[in-house]
Write a protein that binds this ligand. Structure first.
Ligand SMILES: [Fe+2]
Length: 243
């Protein structure tokens, strides 16, 4: 009887989109992307990211906020470009508005980005169907973790957490072969790691909702500078629109 009482609210929870997490191999996205589009996007990415003012020497970033209708696929640049997380979601940088280096508006015409977004729109429609919405505030983050041998780069927040965002798509763009660590970890609310996986190939993707916690372990290097380049497609929550 206890089990039934525990299971029912979870299954009927409209925020349960992927039951905590879903791993999607990069091939799912790459089937509609050419080698040249991937090469061009990597070049664009490298041009866009600059030092994260909140983590100098640890990460490079760029960010843009967009308004997106996942049914019509209509896309536009948001009027506000500030990024806010609650303190509950990020003890390191939450509770304050962060202004990141801007990501060029030209991303809305990038063929790789549009292909990825159209695939992500399938789950966004699921969210919209449940919440009675048709327009979403997205934040697109390019985050480059970089580390020299013996050093470390790390995420904010640094360990297991729940995001404010009801849905986050973590798309790997590139992981260099000299990378150490950078494993994704999933836990229940008890903070005990239950699943470990690693995004290694271009567009390998981890999708997370708020049913389970997640983290990524710090990045090190076996020699030279190691990079982990990801693109986050974040579906923002109402609490993040207040600032
Ligand atoms: Fe997160």
């Amino acid at each position: 009887m206890d089990t039934v009482m525990q299971d029912t609210p979870l299954k009927s929870n409209p925020l349960n989109i992927v039951n905590g997490f879903r791993y999607v191999p990069g091939d799912h996205y790459l089937e509609n992307i050419t080698f040249k589009q991937l090469k061009d996007f990597k070049q664009f990415y490298a041009q866009q990211v600059t030092e994260d003012p909140y983590a100098p020497g640890v990460r490079d970033r760029a960010m843009i906020k967009l308004v997106f209708n996942p049914y019509s696929l209509k896309l536009s640049v948001s009027n506000t470009q500030n990024y806010f997380q609650s303190y509950g979601a990020n003890e390191t940088d939450g509770g304050k508005v962060r202004v990141f280096p801007p990501l060029s508006e030209s991303i809305v015409d990038d063929p790789l980005f549009l292909t990825v977004l159209r695939k992500d729109a399938e789950l966004m429609r699921e969210y919209c169907n449940r919440m009675g919405k048709d327009e979403l505030n997205l934040s697109i983050h390019l985050i480059r973790y970089k580390s020299i041998e013996g050093g470390a780069s790390y995420s904010s927040p640094v360990w297991l957490h729940l995001d404010d965002e009801p849905l986050v798509f973590i798309h790997l763009i590139n992981l260099t072969e000299n990378a150490l660590g950078a494993d994704n970890v999933i836990s229940e609310m008890d903070n005990k790691p239950k699943h470990v996986l690693r995004l290694t190939k271009p567009l390998d993707t981890l999708i997370v909702d708020t049913m389970k916690k997640h983290a990524v372990t710090p990045l090190g290097s076996t020699g030279g500078v190691a990079y982990r380049d990801v693109m986050l497609v974040n579906l923002e929550a109402e609490v993040q629109q207040k600032k």
